[in-house]
Design a protein around this ligand. Structure first.
Ligand SMILES: CC(C)(COP(=O)(O)OP(=O)(O)OC[C@H]1O[C@@H](n2cnc3c(N)ncnc32)[C@H](O)[C@@H]1OP(=O)(O)O)[C@@H](O)C(=O)NCCC(=O)NCCS
Length: 170
C-alpha cells in the first residue's frame, strides 16, 4: 500500500466507477474521471491533515493499482475506520484480509486511538466476513453518511498516547 497521488485517478477510475464495487458504498460510484480526481484529492487532504488516509493497493507482481484501503476519520469525531475496496478481478483472493491485517499492525503501532472501527452496508456480507476474520466484533448500529450501518470495533493493543507514542501516525 502507498499514499494516493492525483495522477493515480485514471487507474483508480477502474474500480471507483464500477457500480458493482461501489454498490454498498455511500454515494455510489464515480461517473466521471473528475469525480475520481476529487475523491483522491480528498484522500490526499485527509492524509495531510490527519497523518493517515485511504491508500492505494498495488499488486506487487505487476505494479498495477488494484484497490484502496486504509484509515479514515468517522464523522463527528466518532473515531477512525478501516476500509477496503478492490477492483473486481482481484476479489476472492484473500487480498482484503491481507491488507486489513497489515493495517491493524500499523494501527497498533501508530494510532493514538484505543479502538479501531469498521462499518458496512447491512447487505455487504463479504465486508462483514473480512471484518470478522480480522477480529472485529459488532459494537452497535450507527448512521454514517446517511447509511444505517452496523458498526464493528477492534480493540487496539494499547493507546499510543498513554505511551507518549507518535501522534497522527499511520
Ligand atoms: C469486500 C471486499 C473488499 C472483499 O475483498 P476480498 O479480497 O475478496 O476478501 P477476502 O478474499 O480477503 O475475504 C472475503 C471473505 O468473504 C467471503 N465472501 C465473499 N463474498 C461473499 C458474499 N457475497 N457473502 C458472504 N461471504 C462472502 C469469502 O468467502 C471470504 O471468506 P472466507 O475466507 O472465509 O472464505 C471486496 O468484495 C470488495 O472490494 N467489495 C466492494 C467494495 C466494498 O464493499 N468494500 C467494503 C466497504 S465496507
Amino acid at each position: 500500500m502507498r499514499p494516493f497521488r492525483v495522477c493515480d485517478a485514471e487507474d483508480a477510475f477502474e474500480w471507483f466507477s464500477d457500480p458493482e464495487v461501489m454498490r454498498y458504498i455511500p454515494f455510489g460510484s464515480d461517473s466521471t474521471i473528475d469525480e475520481t480526481i476529487a475523491r483522491i484529492s480528498r484522500y490526499i487532504d485527509h492524509q495531510d491533515s490527519h497523518g493517515f488516509s485511504k491508500w492505494a493497493i498495488v499488486d506487487n507482481e505487476t505494479q498495477r493499482l488494484i484497490g484502496d484501503s486504509g484509515f479514515y476519520s468517522l464523522p463527528e469525531g466518532k473515531g477512525v475506520e478501516l476500509g477496503y475496496r478492490l477492483s473486481r478481478p482481484y476479489w476472492h483472493r484473500g487480498f482484503a484480509t491481507e491488507v486489513g491485517r497489515k493495517w491493524i499492525e500499523v494501527a497498533n503501532e501508530f494510532l493514538d486511538d484505543s479502538t479501531l472501527f469498521a462499518f458496512a452496508h447491512p447487505d455487504n456480507s463479504a465486508s462483514f466476513r473480512v471484518m470478522l476474520k480480522l477480529g472485529f466484533r459488532f459494537s452497535r448500529d450507527e448512521v454514517f453518511y446517511g447509511l444505517h450501518a452496523p458498526l464493528f470495533e477492534l480493540p487496539l493493543k494499547t493507546s499510543n498516547s498513554e505511551q507518549g507514542g507518535a501522534s497522527n501516525g499511520g
